[in-house]
Every structure is written in C-alpha cells, then in structure tokens.
Design a protein around this ligand. Structure first.
Ligand code: FES
Length: 102
C-alpha cells in the first residue's frame, strides 16, 4: 500500500524569460492553495494526501502542470476553480478530470 493515498506534485520551477515556466503561471500560489485546501478537508498526512512542490517536470510548454499519483495523471490549470475541481474530484474521489488532463 502507498504511504499516501494520493500524492500530488506541482511544478514550481522558474525559468528565464522568454522561456515558458510554471512559476510564472502562479504555480507557487496554487500549490499553497491546494495544500491549504487539503488540510482544511482533514486529508493531510500518512494514508491520505500530500501536496508537494517539484522542480521542472519537463512539460514546460504545456504548463503550468501537476501530476497526481498513483494514477500518474497530468493536469494543467488556470485558476483556483481548476484546482478545486482537481482536488474535489480526483484527489478526494479518484475521478479523473478529463477537461484539464494533458
Ligand atoms: S517549468 Fe514546469 S514543467 Fe518545466
């Protein structure tokens, strides 16, 4: 059994302009938002959910990106509503959010 039921990695990498990067698309703020939301839902910790920062995940042109394990499903997002949907549907309930999948 996995240590975490769901483990989410947010690329928070910063690249030099004009290279596209997740940090310039609000990744650091969104990672914190997701982490706080999971905590508020009481789902943080062993056997539950972990929201981690990551370095470059090498899908910069498709970013900002996150990946959710154990399903290894990749998403992009624009705003907090997208993060809410990924957390509520996938992280909590295991339902893949096709509209945000990359
Ligand atoms: S900067 Fe996010 S995937 Fe490379």
């Amino acid at each position: 059994m996995s240590y975490y039921r769901r483990h989410v990695f947010f690329c928070c990498n910063q690249r030099e302009a004009p290279e596209k990067c997740c940090a310039n698309a609000g990744a650091v703020e969104m990672q914190k938002y997701a982490k706080d939301r999971v905590k508020a839902l009481g789902l943080r910790g062993k056997g539950e959910v972990r929201i981690n920062k990551a370095g470059c995940l090498d899908r910069c042109e498709e970013g900002p990106v996150i990946v959710v394990y154990p399903e290894a499903v990749w998403y992009t997002y624009v705003d907090r509503d997208d993060i809410d949907e990924i957390v509520d549907r996938h992280v909590v309930n295991g339902e893949i959010v096709e509209r945000l999948r990359i």
